[in-house]
Design a protein. Structure first.
Length: 379
């Protein structure tokens, strides 16, 4: 295996990927002069709903805003608990706190990075109002075995699908499985709007609630307000609409999403093949036949992650750590619970360079550098 010919792109853990039409689309949106919410945002919502096979989608300013609004629309508020894996980006937990609720951290399967039904049911308390599974790396989380008990207790499933746009659960796309689903369209996601997010609501009433929450609690649409002398504010709301400037980028990206699916799966499989049999690492299973992978993660075993991480960074291989456990963070110390599986995973996890600028040859190069680093650590 060669470890000499490689593009500089392996120095990046993740990079946005543009197809070429985004700049012209943004310029056109700029010329239109409507930057808060407009027809392009509406079109983006409709196009995403069509791809997912759902009746409606509500676009917002970020994935974090999507989770915040999704939880509020599900009735989560002060004194409630939300079950959430500690193994996630801190934005997931901050969105819970923004509702006034509290996180109750739960373990994940170290082989997938995702929660499982039995762990969710074991963590339920009388204060649990929602479960917030995180679809780590884009892998769908099927809580079907737990749903009867959750429904009986009035507990809503709100998915953090920030990394899972386009993935499948069975024969349906993530977002079309009957739960509140929250996507991110940030810079390095499977589909980028520059910044942005979206909520898939369960009912028309929930969709209306999400739209009011994203738009300062105003009942009437922007188009209606332009023709009226007044408007109605009927409750709490924030200013977290998706700008048409961001929607313009997303609409171009949607035209090429089939390519994103193919190339991301190809790159993940190239890593899996190149790392097959490597001693001292274990690939986190993304269930790639059903997943549009947002990342490729490995576990570096035998307490060698930090040493391998430093060596690869010195060699300009853009590895990362996604994620340090949240229950160990100072900001969330009040909700600490012993989570030995997550704590071990947090010490082992390492993410590899993963973006659409890379080729299978780049994956082979990175795998070769990992093998070299492991061999050096054994000496």
């Amino acid at each position: 295996m060669t470890t000499t010919a490689v593009t500089p792109d392996v120095a990046h853990n993740a990079r946005p990927y543009l197809y070429g039409g985004e700049e012209a689309a943004v310029a056109s949106a700029l010329s239109a002069g409507q930057y808060n919410h407009g027809a392009l945002t509406d079109e983006f919502e409709q196009r995403v709903a069509g791809l997912l096979g759902v009746p409606d989608v509500v676009a917002v300013a970020s994935g974090t805003a999507a989770i915040h609004i999704g939880l509020l629309a599900a009735g989560v508020g002060p004194w409630h608990e939300v079950l959430v894996p500690s193994f996630t980006f801190c934005a997931t937990v901050q969105a819970i706190l923004a509702t006034g609720a509290q996180p109750r951290f739960v373990e994940v399967n170290p082989g997938t990075g995702c929660v499982e039904p039995a762990g969710i049911l074991a963590a339920l308390t009388p204060r649990t109002r929602a479960v917030l599974p995180v679809l780590y790396g884009g892998r769908a989380v099927d809580l079907t075995p737990a749903r009867p008990a959750l429904d009986e207790e009035g507990v809503t499933v709100v998915e953090d699908a920030a990394q899972a746009f386009g993935s499948w659960q069975g024969d349906r796309r993530v977002g079309a499985t009957g739960v509140v689903t929250c996507f991110s369209f940030g810079p390095i996601k499977n589909l980028t709007c520059g910044l942005g997010g979206a909520i898939v609501p369960r009912t028309p009433l929930e969709a209306d609630t999400c739209r009011r929450l994203r738009g300062l609690g105003i009942v009437e649409s922007a188009a209606h307000r332009a023709e009226a002398t007044t408007y109605t504010v009927d409750g709490f709301g924030m200013r977290v609409q998706m700008s048409p400037l961001n929607a313009a980028i997303g609409l171009v990206q949607l035209q090429h999403f089939a390519e994103a699916e193919t190339r991301r799966r190809e790159l993940w499989r190239a890593y899996a093949a190149a790392l097959d049999g490597a001693n001292g690492v274990a690939l986190v299973d993304a269930d790639v036949p059903h997943t549009v992978p947002a990342l490729c993660a490995i576990r570096v075993l035998n307490n060698r992650r930090d040493r391998i991480f430093r060596k690869l960074r010195q060699d300009r291989v853009g590895v990362g750590v996604h994620y340090p456990p949240n229950h160990l963070q100072p900001a969330f110390a009040a909700w600490h619970r012993p989570l030995p599986v997550t704590e071990r995973l947090g010490q082992e996890i390492m993410t590899l360079p993963f973006h659409q600028h890379l080729t299978p040859a780049d994956a082979e190069y990175v795998a070769g550098m990992i093998r070299q680093a492991l061999a050096g650590a054994n000496r």
